[in-house]
Structures are given as C-alpha cells and as structure tokens.
Design a protein around this ligand. Structure first.
Ligand SMILES: [Ca+2]
Ligand SMILES: [Ca+2]
Length: 253
C-alpha cells in the first residue's frame, strides 16, 4: 500500500475513511466511527486511540504543569540567587566557579550527587547526604533530559529514576545556591573552617608547629619570636596553644 500511495504522509488518515485531512482529523473521524467498511477497524482504533489519547494527554498536561512549576521555582531561586551572586565578593564568586569546574569532570556544565558533595565541601559546606539529595531534588535536572533536549515533546520516554545520581545540578543553580549559603552563613563557621586549616590533625588547638607550617606555606617570612608572641597574645587559658574559642575570639574581637 505504501508503495502505491501518492500521499504517504496522509495514507493512514485516508485509510480510515476520514474526509478530514491531516493528523488532527484522524482522531476525530475515528471517534465518529465513519465508513461502514472500516467500522471494525475504526472502532478498535478509536477505542485504543481515545483511551490512549486521553490518558496520554492528561499525563502530558500533568507533566508539563509539573515542569512549569519546577521551572518557575528554579527561576525564582535562581533570580534570588543572582541577587546573592551580585552581593558576593569576586573572591567568593571565583571560589564557587572553581569548585564547580574542578568537579564537573566531563565538563558538561552539570554535576552529579558525588561531585556536588565534594564541591560543596570544598566551599566549606559539609552537608549530610539527605540535604545534598534535597538540593538535587529541588534544583536538579534529570540526566536523561540532557542527552536529548528537544525530543521530549512527542512520546517522551518515561524518565526512569534509578537513583539520586540520575539528577544533575546545572552551574547556574550551583552558583545561586552557594551564593545564598555563603551570604547567610554564620561568620563563626567560616572562622572555624579557617581554624581547621591551621589545626593539623584536628587536635583542637593551634600550636607553634601549626603556625610555623602555615607561615611556611604562605611564604610569610615570620620569625620564630613573632610566632611565639602570637600564641602568647591569644592563649588566654595558658596551655601554650590557641584553642577554638580563643581563635574565634581573635577573629570576632
Ligand atoms: Ca558533569
Ligand atoms: Ca589556649
């Protein structure tokens, strides 16, 4: 049949006996059960078509509505995030971008669960698993949507959600989220993060050895007496080292 049909694109419609051309007419003429010779075929086709079309359309509508809501929420957060981003120092903005680039191993502008976890940790946010998952659920996009961005319109294959790693976080969302977190973070947290950089081995104290090491790493030509004087100045409880609270006191005081 296909070989003799002069209008291959309309073959199925005319085969149903419908007098309306085009794909839109096909469903309608099928529903009207036109053409006695084709009635049997039409009925089953219409039954299948109608049932399938309704649920498909409903599902499609629900999916579109859900996507619209998610997109709106994402855009709202991202525009709020852009505001945050504008408030950040250049240094923080660079830190955010560097953390992302560093862990976006395949350079596709998206990071997965594990990459997000380490990228956030690199920025000083060591979040538990469920919080990372929440970030991905709220801001992530399905990995499958990246492979074929335009083919989701017709007969979208069901997204098989096999796990958190199937959601990816785009750079713009990462920037917005991290900007917000950095701006709203407790200064104490940042101070303690710095403390941890000094405190080798997480002893809970910054010792003279730690100061020597950091001075060396920073290339600061500090004299031994200067380092000792630093400890003495801030060592309030006299244990010969700078504890966490003593350190917070230095930075906030
Ligand atoms: Ca990636
Ligand atoms: Ca002390």
């Amino acid at each position: 049949m296909a070989s003799t049909n002069p209008f291959p694109g309309r073959g199925f419609t005319s085969g149903l006996g419908g007098h309306r051309g085009g794909p839109g007419g096909a469903v309608q003429s099928g529903g009207a059960a036109a053409g006695p010779s084709n009635a049997g075929f039409n009925a089953s086709a219409a039954g299948f078509g109608a049932g399938g079309a309704t649920t498909h359309q409903q599902r499609e509508a629900q999916r579109l509505e859900r996507e619209r809501a998610e997109r709106a929420e994402r855009e709202r957060l991202e525009s709020a995030g852009r505001g945050d981003l504008a408030e950040l120092s250049d240094e923080h903005r660079e830190e955010i971008n560097e953390a992302f680039q560093l862990f976006d191993l395949d350079k596709d502008g998206h990071i997965d669960y594990h990459e997000l976890k380490v990228a956030m940790k690199a920025l000083g946010f060591d979040l538990p698993k469920n919080e990372i998952l929440n970030v991905l659920r709220t801001h992530g996009v399905p990995a499958t949507s990246l492979a074929k961005p335009t083919s989701s319109k017709t007969a979208a294959p069901p997204i098989t959600f096999t796990g958190p790693t199937r959601l990816l976080l785009p750079l713009a969302s990462f920037q917005a989220i991290m900007a917000h977190r950095i701006l709203t973070r407790d200064p104490r947290d940042e101070i303690l993060r710095a403390f941890d950089l000094f405190d080798a081995g997480a002893k809970g104290n910054i010792t003279l050895d730690d100061l020597r090491r950091v001075a060396r790493e920073l290339g600061e030509g500090l004299q031994e007496e200067e380092l000792i004087a630093m400890i003495e100045e801030f060592d309030l409880d006299g244990d010969g080292a700078i504890g966490r609270e003593e350190f917070v006191g230095i930075c906030l005081g």
